[in-house]
Design a protein around this ligand. Sequence first.
Ligand code: PRP
Ligand code: MN
Ligand code: MG
Length: 179
Amino acid sequence: MLDDIKEVLYDAQQIQDKIKELGDTLSRDFEGRNPLVICVLKGAFIFMADLVKNINIPLEIDFMAISSYGQSTKSSGIVKIIKDLDVPVEGRDVLIVEDIIDSGLTLSYLIDVLERRNSKSVTVVTLFDKPTRRTVDLEANYTGFSLPDEFVVGYGLDYAEKYRNLPFIGVLKPEVYSK
Ligand code: PRP
Ligand code: MN
Ligand code: MG
């Protein structure tokens, strides 16, 4: 599995340091608001777990499974809800937790869904961002790292469902996905 990685961009410690910073900021900004923290499955599951351990105010969590990429390295442009939330978001301060924003299609769809359900506010935290890839105009409120336009895996991010368990974020060797 490690042979398939061309380069490590951020290692496990660098990621944890960044998440600590994000957690401190979010703890201040969401104080007294009992946010509903939504993990966008599957990619955000590791970030979600590490992030909420660094937020020291009352909050609730829920999960939503969304997919646009399937087995491809490119977004299909069609976003599907595979698993919906268990609780209503009406009147809630919602914090969406994403692993990465690429085209922005997944998030713009999700934000739209949550606003139509009359959430009080929708805020986005993403660990990674590829700002040069956007096809819709959208920025996260909180971003960990900006990445170059390369196919990255690890720390929750997959290629064809693999590599999510790598503890770092790295660039996949092109020969792995061009085979
Ligand atoms: C990936 C990633 C983001 C989304 C970003 O999810 O986890 O959710 O794509 O891309 P976008 O900004 O172009 O929409 P994916 O659809 O691969 O599902 P997964 O999280 O289950 O891997
Ligand atoms: Mn995802
Ligand atoms: Mg994926």
